[in-house]
Ligand binder design. Structure first.
Ligand SMILES: [Zn+2]
Length: 351
């Protein structure tokens, strides 16, 4: 394993950001290559500790000559967000200087060619970081971006062009659900990793061996040694199943049998009132149309001071908020519906 340090110039004199890149060289040029990054939203740490648990497995494979395809790992993908504390609270989702989400505004290239990247020498540190992450990841057959939700199941975002080819990945990783999407109008890292392949010859796109996904490893507080070990085992199974790592001792896994939900079926449930949330449901719960999902307490103790929110359709609860305070119009949860949501959103679900 080789470690290098990436440096991203800050926006003022004397400020430089750094992050490590860990690389395993592949022995077989024909084998698929893989790129893994975690904590692009800098406070989302289940993927960071999963990588920590994965590294000894890869180091052992390397010592035994079993690394076939090259592997590039960026355990802390966002040194700018990692350092952002605002009145004592960590803020790793948005750049405090611009309010830009760290997982938006990635360049969506017309082809997988890093020479098409925009000139960001004057573009701001976060844009320089985004360019660099695209340069590091582009061209890899497997690109995994490890995130987490507020509170949620372990689920994957996957572009429709890669489904069902990636069902083996979902099974290997132990995903509990898959969300299929087809358009990216905001420039997510996942979009930057798959959209360049949409209009190139099939011999370049190679969707049968390509794997690109945003991995949502449950919730913000699910940073736990046992979960990290299980997630690392899942990542390793994926790398073995796709031939990046050779390991005949990896047991065969079941076919993916979890729910596969188009993005337009998600009901985000904007809150009708501001207040304190009393949830009736938690991630994984099955609900029927009309079931109560939550009560918002907006005028405590007063007549009419509680507002109930009901399921607009049947489905299951994918995620809910970690905090119990909410403003009018903020989303209460993700209900993965059995059919199209009347609140279907174009592109990404959240800011
Ligand atoms: Zn995230």
């Amino acid at each position: 394993m080789q470690k290098t340090i990436e440096r991203i110039a800050g926006d003022s004199e004397g400020v430089v950001y750094e992050f490590p890149v860990l690389r395993f060289e592949g022995k077989d040029k024909a084998a698929p290559s893989a790129y893994l990054q975690a904590a692009l939203h800098a406070g989302e740490l289940p993927g960071v500790v999963a990588i920590d648990a994965l590294m000894p497995m890869l180091t052992k494979a390397e010592a035994e000559g079993r690394i076939k395809g090259s592997i590039t790992i960026v355990p802390w993908a966002n040194p700018i967000g990692r350092a952002q504390y605002h009145f004592g609270e960590h803020q790793g989702r948005f750049n405090l200087g611009t309010r830009t989400n760290f997982n938006r505004s990635f360049p969506l290239l017309a082809a997988p060619d890093a020479r098409l990247l925009p000139d960001v020498s004057l573009g701001g540190a976060d844009r320089r970081l985004k360019n660099r992450l695209v340069q590091l990841s582009l061209g890899n057959d497997i690109v995994l971006d490890l995130h987490c939700d507020d509170e949620g199941l372990a689920y994957l975002y996957i572009h429709t062009s890669l489904w069902p080819h990636m069902a083996d990945c979902a099974a290997a990783m132990g995903a509990e659900a898959v969300l299929l999407w087809s358009e990216d109008n905001t420039g997510t890292f996942e979009g930057a990793s798959i959209m360049p392949y949409q209009n190139v010859p099939a011999s370049v796109a190679r969707f049968d061996r390509r794997a690109v996904t945003t991995v949502e490893y449950r919730g913000m507080l699910d940073v736990d040694a046992a979960l990290a070990a299980a997630d690392a085992a899942g990542l390793y199974r994926l790398l073995a199943a796709r031939g990046v790592v050779q390991d005949s001792s990896v047991p065969k896994f079941e076919k993916f049998s979890g729910p596969v939900v188009p993005l337009e079926n998600i009901d985000m449930m904007p809150s009708p009132r501001a207040g304190a949330i009393l949830y009736d449901v938690k991630p994984g719960d099955r609900v029927q149309k009309g079931d109560r999902l939550a009560t918002i307490v907006h005028a405590p103790g007063e007549a009419g001071g509680r507002t109930e929110v009901f399921a607009p359709q049947s489905g299951f609860i994918l995620t809910r908020r970690a905090r119990r305070i909410i403003r009018t119009g903020e989303d209460l949860l993700k209900l993965a519906g059995d059919s199209r949501s009347s609140d279907a959103r174009s592109g990404t679900l959240e800011d």
